[in-house]
Design a binder for this molecule. Sequence first.
Ligand SMILES: [Zn+2]
Length: 344
Amino acid sequence: MRRFRFLRDPDPAAIGDSFEAFLRWLEGPACLFISGADDSRCRAFVTLLHGNEPSGARALWRWLREGERPAVNLVCVVASVTAALTEPLFTHRMLPRARDLNRCFRPPFDDAQGRLAEEILELLRLHRPEAVVDMHNTSGSGPSFAVCTFPDRQHDALAALFTGRLIISRLDLGALMEISDRRCPTVTIEVGGRLDAAADRCAFEGLCRYAAVPDVFAGSIRERGLERLADPVRLELREGVSLTYAPRPCAGHDITLRPDIEHHNFGSVGPDVVLGWTGGLPTRLFRAVDASGACAVDRLVRIEDGELRPAQSLKLFMITTNAGIAQSDCLFYAVADDGQPIAA
Ligand SMILES: [Zn+2]
């Protein structure tokens, strides 16, 4: 069964005069093919893998409305349209009980989300794009960044079309960007929080550049200033550990994190910073595994007088203030202060 609706060169006047109307017009998962000035090549733009991350699809709608012809063919995949349109709009990462779609890009493909992921992979194989961009919003508010699994010049150039930061991650989670190789460089672009005006701007301006430049790998002034952050470690909660966000310790929860913790996104946090409050032992509360497979919890956080602090100077990012996401995904990602992996 085919889940994706296929639309070729849609008429800009027909795609809806609001973003919401655009999604209703798509009806469900959709693949839009836009013919380029050079139709011998193709680039892919994937977005809305998560229904609560609308900036990429909104940018696509705006870009399509302008009726601009891309430099090369553009294959646009808009995935979780149904989750996005489930009330309240843009609050459902996926439908209840469904798996996280961006953890499904590896076998087994045996449930609905797996089959959707498999079909996206099939679409990409069919079109053989020279590059793939997968655009997301971060769960909290914050600046934009790119993520790739493959550190090379092509990925740098691709990332620099959108943002000034590139995270190199060898995490093996079943995310779309893990398909990346030298023939098909793939980057995830996190444009910032879904309520940040800067995120919509980053998404739209980046997409315009991505569609318009004749060579996405030519590099630019922007590439030279790219900040790189290598091999981040995820701080995860252990099963059954409860978490809340409040400005002071909350009884009845194992961990209370400060609600303004996301202000530390991409900044340096020293060991004197209080991230929250908890009793107990870090290794009983958290899980963190470094690139070598060793436990990194004690290198990330320590607990002193009930205060949760960084164990050393760190750079934190993708900090969430959503307890559900913290529980099902992770609290934050961390590298050493200088952007290098956390030393063993
Ligand atoms: Zn996402």
